[in-house]
Structures are given as structure tokens and as C-alpha cells.
Design a protein around this ligand. Structure first.
Ligand code: ARG
Ligand code: GLU
Length: 705
């Protein structure tokens, strides 16, 4: 009997589309999903989500910086994103005297809002399938080189046309490894000012201890404002600019969330690899992730030790440390998830089925073998590439050497001089540099490099140095005592024009940078790129093939930092035996974790005081304040700050993370384990009003109660 049920189940599973909640859908094609969305509770139309004719939800969303999402919440350009997305801006305005990371920052009047060099936000104006135009004049007798130059030429024409007589930016992006092409047109604003940020003890509550985990209590938000010129158009920062009037901004709902409620996340996921083969996944889980984790553990431990000794070092390394540890922890969750969910084995089984099907199809029959061979060829080059970025260029002084040298070189070749650029590279570096951290890391990283990278993948330069100095400590002493980059004052006096380039090439740090990177370019990168290019081409065919082979599956293009929609429902999960996690966390959990002796859990006194008298105002529910919730939306890095919307498109939260057990969703999504973590909008409002006393910002917003 059991067997019959089992086999019936298998038939059932393989004949229905069971990939519920998986998927990052293209807004302009959302019509195709709308009936499924409605079945799950959504109550608006596809035109409400994406339209080129009327203001719609997409017009209230921005790509924030290059790696996050933001959402508009007032008619005066007010924008909410995550605290970790605004982190480097908040940090850049902080000093020991005005420590906005520690104490928070709130502009009480518009004049106090702080401009941010280099920050930009992009609105998507429209997107369009341009596959036919990109492939115009293509015929199957063309070589791949001919095809790719054709694609480049046709894309350039499309982009030029899209940017004609307007101030927009346009790009053509390949989807499904080049089976489809889309045009994206953006309006880009560069005057974006910091309006408010809670103290890190709220915005980063739980720190790296709780990062990627549930239950979570992080008030991960910060507030910015977009400014425009008098015509509401993008303009460089000027004090004459005025708040931008968006086509659309979100209405906030504070009615609360319940398990099984519909939710949707609308934002910019960065990169996923849902269709890669078992060999690629095996390499990630068995080699690449463990090695990169090891290298970062070394750096993080050293930073943590030095940061705990001094407030100054803590501020200097806050942003760097957070970003190093973020991927470090994600890779660990991802590796565990791949192993626990048997992803490699599942892929192998899938590939066996595919091979059988493809056997008598000449176009497809050798695909998997070819992919396998290429992955074998790629492996040593991937390995060396990982070590270059995580063990060599990860050394601050080496990376800085590269930045300075390349900027000087560029300057020497250009007729336009830009001395401000050099100055800002130096300022940015020294502002947050503490040499003992860098030198200790250097010794640790280079030791790993020497131990693990095969000699034929090490530059001659390095082998000679090792012979000369005998050990890495001596080599480090040499770099850090002899390089002019290690002496801020001397470097500033030394670099006043490009005539110093040839002398600089002999500087120990610059020499090391150049030797490693030249060796890499000559011996590794070319080959690495060449194999990857071949892989992408094969994946183009493989993608097409699996779409024919497995017609039951719902396909969506891998994330590529373009605007996507994920939808699902509020839902708890069962991470391991005997445990079920509820989907909503509250202020009670913050109070449980509160501990003045633990940096990550030391909340502001103000919250303790408010908690005592339960002064929660209208943000209260069941005698407490909701903080975070989880749902089944398929999200990725880049979705941080994305609006989380209810069935009628109202803002109920901000996406900021995923649960650890589900971080393999960039490679394989599992409905049981994958959950995105959102900040409840009521906690944002609670902190803004009750803790920061910035109720004037809430008055700008449109809130349904
Ligand atoms: N894990 C989230 C993301 O990938 C949040 C990162 C910031 N928080 C932190 N503790 N480092 O961006
Ligand atoms: N925190 C991530 C970000 O910066 C989002 C979490 C994720 O990777 O899902 O985009």
C-alpha cells in the first residue's frame, strides 16, 4: 500500500507545477503569473504592478546604489531602505565625536539632510523584450564570434535609440544565458541625502551573530530623500535642489500580518544560478565555499580582536567587517543547505534523465559531457582566482596600491587631469585604515596562499621573494616598512603628478600588486574567461534543452540585478526535528536578548524605558510591538530594502535577509526551508516616532490603519 501511495505521489508531483513560491518574475511579463497570484490572494491587476501607461507600483521602487533596493514612501521623495544598505553612507558621516553609527542620525529639518558623494538611485522607466532586434540578421551558420559581435552591434543601436532626446540610461541584458534579451531604461538620480538612521544597536541589532538567522530582531532600516532640480529632473547635488516628487509612492499598512497572508517582494535581486549542473554545485560546496570561508575567518578574527581594543578601530572597520562577514556567513549556510538537501545528488539524477532523453538528439546529446569537461578544466583556474581575490587583493595595502597605481596610469594617458580623484582615493583609504590589522591579516592570508595554491599557479615574483626572505613574517616586515603607501604623510607629499609612476612601480606594495595581477592576467584570467565563455555558450543550449525536456517546470531567468517580483505567503518553518519557528517576532524577543555586556545585544536605554511603560502608541499589537516576519518569497542579495507588499500592494515591510537554512536558494529553492526575512513596517514607525522623535517624517507618509 505504501508503495502505491508513494508512486502515486511521484506521478502527482511530476505532473503538477509544484514550484510554488519559487521564482523571480519579470515585471513586464507578470500578466502570465497574475492568475496564480490571484489564487494565492493577490487583489490587484498586472497593470497595477507594471505599466508603461500609468503610474504603478514599479514607480515607487529604486535600485539603491548598485547593490540594494529602496522604496518611496512620500510625495516628497522620502525613501526607505535597509540600515545595512545605507551603512557606508552613515559611516562616512561618522567620527568619534559624531558617531552616527553608534547614536543614530536624524535630520529634524530638511536643511540638515546629508548629501552622499557617489550614491545614486535608479527608477525603471520601462523594460522590453528586444530578442528579435538583438538577433536581427542572425543565421545559424554564423560562428559564436560573429553572433556576439552582432549582438553587441544591435544592442548598441537599441540603447542609442532608447537614450535619444532624453536623459535616461539604457542597457540590454541577456536572460536565460542569451536565449532572450531585454532592454531596460532607467532614470538616475544622484542627489540622495541621508535623513535618518537608528543607532546600530537597533539597525544592526544582533549584528553578525544573528545575521542570516531566524528568529531575528534587527531594525534594519535607514531613510533617505531624493532631490531633483526645479523641473523634477535628476541633477547633481546643489543646495538649490528640491525634494523629488515621485510618480508613485507606497501606502503603508499597519493592520498587521498573519500566517498564510499573501506577500510579494518587488526589487533587484543580484545573482542566482538555478540551472547550473551538479559539477558546478559540487565545486561550490566542496571547494570554493570552504576555502573562501577559511580565508575570511582569519581576517575576521584579527579585525574583531583589534576592534574590541579601541573605539576608533571599531568605527574604521565597522563597514568593512560587516561586509566581509556577511558573505562569509552566507557561504556557510549555503554549503550546509546544499549538503542537507542533497542538491548535488538530485542534480545528478535529473541529469541522468536528461541524458536519456537527449541521447538521440544530436543538438543536445553531448551537452552534459562537454559541460563536465569544461568544469574539470576550469577548476584550477577558479581556485587560483578565488585565492587572488580572497588572499592577495584582500590585503588592504595591496588593493590600495592597485587603486592608486591604476588611477595614476589612467591620468597619465588622459588629457583631462583629475587630481581630486587621487586625493579621494587616498582620503578614503587612510580614513579607515589601521595598519596592525592589515599587517596581521597579510601574514595570515599569504601563509594560506603559499600553503594551498600549487606552485605553478604562483608568480615567479612570489617564489623569489620567499627564497629571499625565508618566511612570510620577514616578507611582511619588508612590505610594511618599505612601502611608501604605509606612510600616509610621505605618500601625500610624493604623489603630486604622474611623473612618480615609474618610481612607484618599484615600491614594494605596488610591485607586489603588479606582479600578482600581471601573472594572473597572463596565466590565469585569460584561460578562466575563455572557459567561462564557453560554459555560457553551452548553457545557452542547455537552457533551451531543459525547457524542451522538462515542460512541467515554470521557468524564470536567473537574477541579474534587474527588477523582479517574488510572491508567496507569510509562513513559519521547521528547521530541524521537533522545532517549528513562528513567522513573527516582537519586541519581547529584543528584551529577551538585551544584554549591556554583549555588543550585538546592547539596546538603547530609551527602548528599555519605553518597554517599562509600554508606550507603543499606535504601533502596538497584542501588548507588544511586532519587529520582523518571514515568508516564502524567493529573494536574493540585492533584494535588501525591497518593499514587501500585501494583497493590495500596500507596504507592510522591508526585505532584508534570508534564513540560514534556506540560503542555498540562489542555487536551488526549497519551499519547506527557504524564507525571506522582513522588517515589519510598524517597527520602523515605532523607532522613528518613539525612539528617534522624528514624527515629522511619519506625517509625510500615507498610512492606512
Ligand atoms: N545578510 C543580510 C544581507 O545579505 C544583511 C547583512 C548586513 N548585516 C550584517 N550583520 N552584516 O545583506
Ligand atoms: N541582505 C541581503 C542584501 O543585501 C538580502 C538577503 C539575501 O541575500 O537574501 O540584499
Amino acid at each position: 500500500m505504501k508503495k502505491v501511495i508513494l508512486s502515486l505521489l511521484v506521478v502527482y508531483i511530476s505532473t503538477t507545477k509544484i514550484f510554488a513560491d519559487e521564482g523571480m518574475w519579470l515585471p513586464s511579463l507578470i500578466k502570465e503569473r497574475i492568475s496564480d497570484m490571484k489564487k494565492k490572494g493577490f487583489r490587484l491587476t498586472s497593470e497595477d504592478i507594471y505599466s508603461v501607461n500609468q503610474a504603478c507600483l514599479k514607480d515607487a521602487i529604486v535600485h539603491f546604489g548598485s547593490g540594494c533596493t529602496g522604496n518611496l514612501v512620500s510625495s516628497k521623495g522620502l525613501l526607505i531602505t535597509n540600515h545595512h544598505c545605507g551603512f557606508s553612507q552613515i559611516q562616512s558621516h561618522s567620527t568619534v565625536e559624531h558617531d552616527y553609527l553608534k547614536d543614530g542620525f536624524w535630520a529634524m529639518r530638511q536643511e540638515e539632510e546629508l548629501p552622499n558623494k557617489g550614491l545614486f538611485v535608479k527608477f525603471l522607466i520601462k523594460m522590453e523584450d528586444v530578442t528579435a532586434t538583438v538577433l536581427k540578421s542572425y543565421n545559424s551558420s554564423m560562428t559564436e564570434e560573429q553572433r556576439s559581435s552582432l549582438v553587441a552591434e544591435n544592442s548598441a543601436v537599441i540603447i542609442k535609440k532608447a537614450m535619444k532626446d532624453n536623459h535616461y540610461q539604457a542597457a540590454v541584458e541577456a536572460l536565460y544565458y542569451g536565449n532572450q534579451y531585454f532592454l531596460f531604461v532607467y532614470e538616475v538620480f544622484t542627489d540622495v541625502r541621508l535623513v535618518g538612521a537608528p543607532p546600530s544597536s537597533v539597525g544592526k541589532f544582533g549584528g553578525d551573530t544573528d545575521n542570516w538567522m531566524w528568529p531575528r530582531h534587527t531594525g534594519d532600516f535607514s531613510i533617505f530623500r531624493i532631490y531633483a532640480n526645479k523641473d523634477n529632473k535628476p541633477a547633481q547635488y546643489s543646495k538649490d535642489n528640491v525634494p523629488y516628487k515621485p510618480k508613485k509612492f507606497f501606502t503603508l499598512s499597519v493592520k498587521g500580518v498573519r500566517e498564510n497572508d499573501f506577500t510579494m517582494v518587488y526589487g533587484y535581486p543580484g545573482r542566482t544560478q538555478e540551472y547550473i549542473t551538479s559539477d558546478a554545485v559540487r565545486y561550490i560546496a566542496n571547494i570554493s565555499n570552504p576555502d573562501k570561508i577559511n580565508l575570511r575567518t582569519l581576517r575576521l578574527d584579527i579585525q574583531a580582536e583589534e576592534m574590541s581594543k579601541s573605539a576608533e578601530v571599531r568605527i574604521k572597520y565597522a563597514s568593512k567587517n560587516a561586509s566581509i562577514s556577511n558573505s562569509w556567513k552566507k557561504w556557510q549556510g549555503e554549503t550546509k543547505g546544499i549538503i542537507k538537501n542533497n542538491i548535488v545528488q538530485n542534480k545528478i539524477e535529473y541529469e541522468t534523465g536528461f541524458s536519456k532523453w537527449a541521447k538521440d538528439k544530436p543538438e543536445y546529446s553531448t551537452l552534459l559531457d562537454q559541460l563536465k569537461t569544461l568544469y574539470e578544466e576550469l577548476e584550477p583556474y577558479s581556485y587560483a582566482t578565488d585565492y587572488l581575490s580572497e588572499a592577495i587583493n584582500a590585503n588592504e595595502i595591496i588593493k590600495f596600491a592597485g587603486n592608486i597605481y591604476n588611477a595614476l596610469l589612467k591620468e597619465s594617458k588622459s588629457t583631462e587631469k583629475n587630481p581630486a580623484l587621487l586625493l579621494s582615493i587616498m582620503d578614503d583609504f587612510y580614513k579607515d585604515y589601521y595598519q596592525p590589522v592589515d599587517k596581521r591579516s597579510f601574514i595570515a592570508l599569504i601563509s594560506e596562499y603559499r600553503k594551498n595554491v600549487p606552485e605553478n599557479f604562483q608568480p615567479e615574483y612570489f617564489k623569489t621573494r620567499m627564497k629571499e626572505f625565508g618566511n612570510i613574517q620577514n616578507f611582511a616586515d619588508f612590505i610594511f616598512s618599505e612601502s611608501i603607501l604605509a606612510k600616509e604623510k610621505s605618500l601625500r607629499g610624493y604623489i603630486n603628478d604622474t611623473s612618480c609612476i615609474s618610481k612607484l612601480e618599484k615600491d614594494p606594495a605596488v610591485e607586489m600588486y603588479l606582479s600578482f595581477n600581471k601573472f594572473h592576467n597572463d596565466n590565469i584570467k585569460q584561460k578562466y574567461d575563455q572557459i567561462n565563455k564557453k560554459l555560457t555558450l553551452l548553457y545557452r543550449t542547455y537552457m533551451k534543452a531543459i525547457m524542451e525536456y522538462d515542460k512541467k517546470r515554470d521557468y524564470y531567468p536567473d537574477a541579474n540585478s534587474t527588477l523582479r517580483i517574488a510572491y508567496g505567503k507569510i509562513s513559519g518553518y521547521k528547521p530541524y526535528d521537533a522545532v517549528y519557528f513562528n513567522p513573527v517576532s516582537t519586541l519581547e524577543g529584543i528584551m529577551e536578548k538585551d544584554n549591556p555586556d554583549i555588543y550585538d545585544y546592547n539596546i538603547p536605554q530609551k527602548i528599555r524605558d519605553i518597554y517599562k511603560i509600554k508606550d507603543y502608541g499606535e504601533w502596538e499589537e497584542n501588548g507588544t510591538v511586532p519587529v520582523c516576519f518571514i515568508a516564502t518569497n524567493h529573494t536574493s542579495g540585492g533584494n535588501s530594502g525591497s518593499p514587501v507588499l500585501n494583497a493590495t500592494g500596500q507596504l507592510i515591510g522591508l526585505n532584508f535577509d534570508r534564513v540560514w537554512e534556506g540560503t542555498m536558494s540562489d542555487i536551488a529553492f526549497d519551499t519547506q526551508m527557504c524564507r525571506n526575512i522582513s522588517l515589519d513596517i510598524r517597527y520602523v514607525l515605532f523607532i522613528t516616532e518613539k525612539v528617534a522623535g522624528a514624527g515629522h517624517l511619519i506625517n509625510e507618509m500615507n498610512i492606512v490603519r
